[in-house]
Design a protein around this ligand. Structure first.
Ligand code: ZN
Ligand code: ZN
Ligand code: ZN
Length: 91
């Protein structure tokens, strides 16, 4: 799985239960929100199930760029939601 860029830990290591570096999300307009912890129920997984993408435990913070992390603003998938798209070209 590789080493996380913010907490510098091996993501596949069973001892790594949360990302200690994932403490806030900054949006392009300057708003800062708390990241949403991993909740297997949201992904329709058993409640003991570790994150299928970044391997943190339920209630832990995802490592950045995890495809299971939700956006606290729009509740969509964080890596693909529109909150980070800055429209620089006005049509
Ligand atoms: Zn991490
Ligand atoms: Zn994750
Ligand atoms: Zn969003």
């Amino acid at each position: 799985m590789g080493i996380c860029i913010v907490c510098k830990k091996e993501m596949s290591d069973a001892d790594v239960t949360t990302c200690t570096g994932n403490t806030s999300i900054k949006y392009p307009d300057g708003e800062v929100l708390k990241p949403v912890p991993y909740d297997p129920k949201k992904s329709h997984l058993p409640k003991w199930f570790r994150c299928p993408d970044c391997n943190v435990v339920p209630g832990g913070m995802h490592h950045p760029n995890c495809d299971q992390e939700y956006c606290p603003r729009c509740e969509g998938q964080l890596i693909s939601c529109d909150c980070f798209d800055i429209e620089e070209d006005s049509k």
